[in-house]
Write a protein that binds this ligand. Structure first.
Ligand code: ING
Length: 309
């Protein structure tokens, strides 16, 4: 048994006018609640410190920069780091990162129980578009404000196990989980901000969005024999709705808990990392079953190409 008690700390909406200090106070409240329920690790959403600003079309560089963290930790989030240290909890959370040499990423960090940054990930799969699109009910401009991540899909040893991170749209791409699966990951944590009404006119409804969300996470967990913890920022941000669906999936692909609603809230579950062993040593014993001599197209070809005849 290698038990990790996880607190999936969902955030309700963050309005455009809400300051980081207020958000951090909300995060500390959730951290306190999770810690009181025995959490060793508390997982927060993607872009947890601000509203989902990629919905806004901006041209002014100072305005764009105002959404990014220039250093981590910084004064605004230090209270969160201090609270985690006080509780002896590890935490993960997402934020917009501006690097000292001027690069912009949608980033997530894993802070261990000693308050050290044990892992860092930069979102690889950026959905949406980079210029204004009249055909959309609302804009989704991650390609405008972020560069694709340059760290790959790293895993790291902490809390007695092997952990990895991804962010939101990454969960829809099987390569995300497989690259971490090939490093024997035992728990993948991720945050997401998912608009619940498709940005293209006549888009899909929230039930279809939630179905695809669960499908992607359950497949990733099962096919790589890993735990998956997915945490939403949800609710209506300046009249733009984000779906909930904070949940935890076990290494057999079963959803062991899902948080209802779209407000601040914590889902706590004790996850035995040893439950990953059976899948990794039988059906998904990659060394015994995979045939990489047939998988070339996966890394040789970006877009689909039809056969000649
Ligand atoms: N959001 C969405 C996500 O991948 C999206 C974008 C929504 C893609 C619905 C496809 C369908 O969950 C982010 N932030 O990636």
């Amino acid at each position: 048994m290698r038990n990790i008690t996880v607190g999936a700390a969902q955030l309700g909406p963050i309005q455009k006018a809400e300051g980081r200090q207020n958000v951090v106070a909300r995060m500390i409240t959730l951290l306190d609640e999770a810690a009181s329920k025995g959490a060793d690790l508390v997982v927060f959403p993607e872009l947890a410190l601000t509203t989902f600003f990629p919905r806004w079309y901006m041209t002014d560089s100072a305005e764009i920069d105002s959404w990014f963290e220039k250093e981590m930790p910084n004064a605004a989030v230090q209270p969160l780091f201090d609270a985690a240290r006080k509780h002896g909890c590890a935490i993960t959370f997402g934020f917009a990162e501006k690097t000292p040499d001027g690069h912009y990423f949608n980033t997530s960090i894993f802070v261990d129980k000693e308050g050290n940054i044990a892992g860092k990930y930069r979102k690889v799969h950026l959905p949406g578009h980079s210029e204004w699109d009249d055909n959309r009910a609302f804009q989704h401009l991650e390609k405008r404000y972020f560069e694709p991540g340059d760290l790959g899909f790293p895993v790291y040893r902490t809390l007695g196990g092997i952990f990895g991170m991804c962010i939101c749209n990454d969960r829809r791409w099987p390569e995300t989980f497989r690259v971490m699966g090939l490093q024997n990951v035992e728990m993948v944590t991720l945050g997401f901000n998912t608009p619940s009404v498709n940005s293209e006119k006549g888009g899909e409804g929230i039930e279809q969005r939630l179905f695809h969300h669960r499908l992607s996470l359950q497949a990733g967990a099962y096919q790589n024999a890993t735990w998956v913890v997915a945490v939403a920022k949800a609710g209506s941000e300046d009249d733009h709705h984000l779906m909930g669906g904070t949940l935890i999936v076990d290494p057999n692909g079963h959803i062991v808990g899902e948080l209802p609603g779209e407000d601040d809230g914590v889902l706590v579950h004790t996850c035995d990392l040893d439950e990953t062993k059976f899948g990794k040593s039988t059906i998904f014993d990659f060394a015994r079953h995979r045939r990489i001599e047939h998988y070339g197209l996966i890394t040789e070809r970006t877009g689909a190409e039809e056969p000649a005849e």
